[in-house]
Ligand binder design. Structure first.
Ligand SMILES: Cc1cc2nc3c(=O)[nH]c(=O)nc-3n(C[C@H](O)[C@H](O)[C@H](O)COP(=O)(O)OP(=O)(O)OC[C@H]3O[C@@H](n4cnc5c(N)ncnc54)[C@H](O)[C@@H]3O)c2cc1C
Length: 398
């Protein structure tokens, strides 16, 4: 491995730490650190701060406003943000649709959409999943029929994250019902203000509004909003999903919550003794530390294999399974350690304004919210079962 790649990645990690300590607004930092609810304004502020550093689209080509980060820099950037407890880098624009547009879109689409994506001036949502088309995405049935200069779209998307905030939806639609299911899919950009678009919230058990149904009824979409060729949407969809799986954040999140567990166990006294002296909890933390080390090594190996183009396609699946499962288990352990304090959950209290004191010890409410929400981490981005299928196929040859 070329030393300059490693050096650049390390410099980026240090720059992120410096930014977190010295430049990130304290209100946003505290809210995020405590897993409190961030609203659209918080996310806009966050993404625009990243843009000012040149980081929002750091992995993009220079000609489109990026810095051409290596895969390692990309990994380290997300990993470090997550370790520090920073907000999520909203992926729908900069990670997902942006690269599809600059790789496959027309010149008009590049000019129209890329600047607003880099600066998060427009908010995007991902219209892939449908009822009965999640893991089996090629089964999607939302229909787009050409009518002169437009497509007329009818169907329903589901689990659409932040559709309630979105200006645009990048959407997989079926333009042909004949042949292999994959071959009749196209990639359309749909203005969420179009007539016939209805967003219906889905309540999740953390009491927050993350996901939605998006109903599309006779929505007229200019044919100029078709990305690439009609019927080639499956290729673009797979290209995008590859970006979905390069998640350094999975490792960083596990580290962050493990640090919180250890700190909590050190600082909390039970009957005059620090909690960390309890053998069972101590053992549990020790095991998590070992599993984290293995995850960290596996994830660096995975990035290196991808960088050197010797990956077999199973590495990202391994990191996704191990990272998300560890994150869930460490969060469970933190709740166990918090005992009775973790039994009260008031979602409304998670909207506290800047500067107000936390809800309880170590902001128990925020951890509970995270515990409820992170059930989803082993489902989205490819469920653990589907990741295991990938490993069985590409690594074990089954
Ligand atoms: C919080 C959240 C946010 C999301 N955000 C978005 C979004 O913004 N945009 C979007 O398009 N989608 C989004 N999704 C949808 C997500 O991509 C799907 O939930 C995921 O692909 C799984 O599909 P499904 O829910 O239809 O479950 P299914 O595919 O029906 O799976 C049900 C169960 O069967 C298992 N299973 C399925 N197929 C196999 C198989 N071949 N072998 C073994 N087991 C299998 C799965 O692992 C799972 O346990 C989101 C989901 C969640 C939970």
């Amino acid at each position: 491995m070329n030393n300059s790649v490693l050096d650049k990645a390390q410099q980026l990690r240090e720059a992120v730490r410096h930014f977190y300590r010295n430049e990130m607004p304290a209100g946003l930092r505290d809210k995020s650190h405590r897993h409190q609810v961030l609203d659209k304004q918080d996310y806009l502020q966050w993404m625009q701060l990243l843009d000012q550093k040149g980081w929002a689209a750091g992995h993009w080509p220079k000609e489109h406003g990026g810095q051409e980060w290596s895969l390692l820099e990309r990994f380290v950037f997300e990993d470090e943000l997550a370790r520090l407890g920073c907000p999520w880098v909203i992926p729908f624009g900069v990670k997902y649709v942006g690269p599809v547009i600059y790789s496959f879109g027309s010149d008009e689409q590049k000019q129209r959409f890329l600047p607003g994506i880099v600066k998060t001036e427009e908010f995007w949502a991902q219209g892939y999943s449908e009822p009965n088309a999640g893991s089996d995405l090629a089964g999607l049935r939302t229909r787009a029929v050409r009518d002169g200069d437009h497509y007329v779209v009818n169907g329903q998307k589901v689990w659409t994250t932040y559709a309630q905030w979105a200006d645009w939806l990048f959407c997989l639609v079926r333009t042909n019902t004949e042949g292999k299911p994959q071959s009749g899919i196209s990639f359309l950009l749909i203005d969420m203000r179009s007539e016939g678009v209805t967003v219906k919230p889905i309540s999740t058990m953390d009491g927050y509004h993350h996901v939605n149904e998006v109903w599309l009824e006779d929505v007229r979409v200019p044919a100029a909003n078709l990305v690439g060729e009609e019927g080639a949407g499956w290729t673009y969809a797979k290209f995008l999903l590859k970006n979905e799986r390069t998640a350094g954040a999975i490792v960083g999140q596990a580290r962050h919550v493990l640090d919180r567990l250890t700190l909590y166990a050190r600082e909390t006294q039970v009957k005059g003794e620090p909690l960390i002296n309890q053998p069972l909890l101590r053992n549990r933390i020790g095991e998590f530390e070992l599993r984290f080390l293995a995850l960290e090594v596996a994830s660096y190996d995975a990035v290196m294999a991808m960088l050197e183009e010797r990956d077999n396609g199973g590495e990202a699946s391994l990191v996704k399974i191990r990272g998300t499962e560890l994150y869930q288990e460490v969060t469970d352990a933190l709740l166990d350690a918090m005992g009775e304090a973790a039994m009260v959950f008031d979602p409304d209290a998670l909207h506290t304004a800047d500067g107000l004191p936390p809800l309880g010890p170590e902001d128990t409410g925020g951890i509970l919210k995270e515990h409820f929400y992170n059930r989803a981490n082993t489902i989205f981005g490819g469920s653990s079962e589907v990741q295991r299928n990938i490993i069985a196929k590409v690594v074990l040859g089954l």
